[in-house]
Design a binder for this molecule. Structure first.
Ligand code: SF4
Length: 331
């Protein structure tokens, strides 16, 4: 597992859906690299998933397993990182309660993603205490491991700032020093969904790491390209095309230049351009998808990784909780 001399990194992913390419390129691929430099804790946030899917616990259970498989298939290594499920470490809940006592409600109401997510999921009743308190649980997730760094995309920076504010308030009130986590801002390629909106499980526009060949083909072939390119002979505009955004990741620089040129002069049609992308996607993800299929059939291995990870995480979390309880004069 982690080395004592390395700084600690903590990050998690919600078990509220299957992981898609946006999750991979926006987070997972970076996490895999962080394992070389840091002592990493990566968790599957099933309690966070309950803030929105509170009426679908069976789905959360299914997604928790699927996310674990994706983690392992993508290269998170249980020999180097602690991989676990949030609800296996009850100390997260204890610290969540304690931090909720000192977090003013207006701090939570002003988090930009609170309103954004409510709008995005307007079909759900999200007027719960748990949904509003999501950032407190997130602060507990981070503080409980005394993480030095949290890898985040630009859009999550306000959340991390709120964690720091909560930690500062705790330290001020109880003369206890929980470290203030710093961010590692991860380079996130702009990867639209197949319809051009942000790739999201809520929009049904995602390619999942668990999709089979047939689904991948269908999804890419039905992706929206340049809406002005109605006929094969119309010149295209790669800069507005979703397929081009994927070529930017999966094609070489040289080939990308050729595609852009061929698109603008209508030498290449969208069907051929998509087919080329699909083949490149399969090459890029061949190892991950193969490993995914193997792990999927090895429940004993998944259980072993998660229980070993939870054990290690509990030990680390309990160390922090001992200090926290003492600082708050709890028995
Ligand atoms: S040729 Fe390729 S880049 Fe150009 S509009 Fe069609 S799919 Fe997009």
């Amino acid at each position: 597992m982690g080395s004592e001399h390395k700084k600690r990194v903590l990050s998690g992913m919600q078990a509220s859906g299957l992981l898609h390419l946006g999750n991979y390129h926006g987070a997972l691929a970076n996490w895999v690299k962080l394992q070389d430099e840091y002592e990493c804790f990566f968790f599957i946030a099933d309690w966070h998933a309950l803030t929105t899917l509170y009426n679908e616990p069976a789905k959360i259970r299914e997604y928790t397993r699927a996310v674990a498989i994706d983690f392992l298939a993508c290269g998170l290594d249980p020999e180097r990182s602690t991989i676990f499920v949030q609800s296996d470490v009850l100390q997260h809940a204890e610290l969540n309660i304690l931090l909720s006592m000192i977090t003013p409600i207006p701090w939570l109401e002003r988090v930009p993603s609170y309103k954004d997510k409510k709008d995005e999921l307007e079909h759900l009743d999200l007027s719960s205490f748990g949904f509003l308190g999501y950032p407190v649980l997130q602060a507990a997730d981070i503080a409980i491991y005394e993480a030095a760094f949290v890898p985040v995309g630009e859009d999550q920076l306000p959340h991390l700032e709120l964690t720091r504010e909560i930690v500062r308030r705790f330290n001020h009130l109880y003369s206890q020093t929980l470290p203030e986590p710093k961010e590692i801002v991860t380079p996130t390629p702009v990867l639209p969904g197949l319809d051009g909106k942000k790739m999201s499980k809520s929009y049904g526009n995602a390619v999942y790491l668990s999709d089979d060949d047939e689904s991948v083909r269908k999804k890419f072939m039905s992706a929206i390209t340049d809406p002005q390119r109605q006929r094969r002979n119309d010149p295209g505009r790669p800069e507005v095309c979703n397929i081009h955004a994927y070529h930017k990741i999966y094609s070489s620089k040289e080939r990308l230049g050729e595609i852009q040129q061929a698109c603008r002069t209508a030498e290449i049609g969208c069907v051929d351009c998509k087919k080329e992308l699909i083949e490149k996607f399969f090459v890029n993800f061949a190892d991950i998808r193969k490993l995914r299929r193997q792990i999927e059939n090895d429940q004993a291995y998944i259980d072993q990784v998660l229980s070993q990870g939870a054990e290690h995480a509990r030990q680390a979390a309990e160390k922090t909780m001992t200090k926290v309880r003492k600082a708050m004069q709890l028995r």
